[in-house]
Design a protein around this ligand. Structure first.
Ligand SMILES: Nc1ncnc2c1ncn2[C@@H]1O[C@H](COP(=O)(O)OP(=O)(O)OP(=O)(O)O)[C@@H](O)[C@H]1O
Length: 238
């Protein structure tokens, strides 16, 4: 479960307001939610706040009943897999090494000197296999297609078996086939009971793949409700 209680980020002088300007929401375990809004509405900033990467001036965030503070941040982050806008992969590393990077938040700096454990490698290989990338595990990700890179990003996000997945525009730059593959993977994860928050720009996609949509405008929630038929109501805002 994810809860934001009246959260405000720091004052932003170029916007003359906080980027997140009083957001309250609750997302239950197993929900698949689209986060929508015009460019600059605050969608990526909200995801960043929910993984502790955007300082708050006011308000609280709870992840599975654990309040986010400096002390709890590592425990909170372990429960969340994140796919960044553009994938956020390291282009010169292989697909397998990028997936293993999903473990870096939890291995101590001492043990990372010895490399990843055999178990970690087995988990990473198994994730790549499940995502249809077993042939590509040794390839540099810069040599993979956009769709393949996004699947590597998903595998990396799943390394810690998170209960929550955040994906920032996971289909951006993908062709129709790769978009369909990506959304099928997300649908499968959803069927397994994962809580999923997707930043999307396509209202029709939100309506097709998610139950609930949250629309932001100028750092505030202006709609929180069913995704069904949302494209007819809010076309001017996304
Ligand atoms: N690190 C930062 N420093 C200053 N301003 C920032 C920073 N990050 C984001 N902003 C500003 O905050 C606002 C919200 O940005 P954010 O990236 O969250 O929007 P978004 O809804 O995800 O937009 P997009 O659809 O373009 O990705 C924008 O006006 C942006 O310029």
């Amino acid at each position: 479960m994810i809860e934001c209680h009246d959260i405000y980020s720091n004052y932003n002088t170029s916007l003359s307001r906080p980027i997140l300007n009083g957001i309250t929401l609750k997302i239950n375990q197993g929900e698949c939610v689209a986060l929508l809004g015009l460019n600059g509405a605050g969608k990526s900033s909200l995801l960043k706040a929910m993984v502790g990467l955007l300082p708050l001036q006011k308000g609280e965030i709870y992840i599975n009943n654990l309040v986010m503070t400096q002390k709890t941040l590592n425990r909170v982050r372990r429960q969340i897999g994140m796919i960044w806008q553009g994938g956020g992969l390291i282009p010169q590393l292989s697909a397998l090494d990028n997936v293993l990077c999903g473990k870096l938040g939890t291995v101590s700096s001492w043990s990372s000197l010895w490399g990843f454990s055999a178990n970690d490698r087995i988990t990473a290989q198994s994730l790549l296999r499940q995502l249809g990338l077993e042939q590509h595990e040794k390839q540099k990700v810069s040599k993979l297609s956009g769709g393949q890179q996004q699947r590597v990003a998903i595998a990396r996000a799943l390394m810690e078996s998170p209960k929550i997945l955040f994906a920032d525009e996971p289909t951006s730059g993908l062709d129709l086939v790769a978009t369909q593959q990506m959304m099928n993977i997300i649908t499968d994860l959803r069927k397994q009971g994962m809580t999923i928050v997707l930043v999307l720009h396509d209202l029709a996609m939100a309506s097709e793949y998610t139950d609930r949509s949250i629309i932001l405008d100028k750092g505030r929630v202006i709609y929180d409700g069913k995704s069904e038929n949302i494209q007819h109501q809010f076309a001017h805002l996304c």
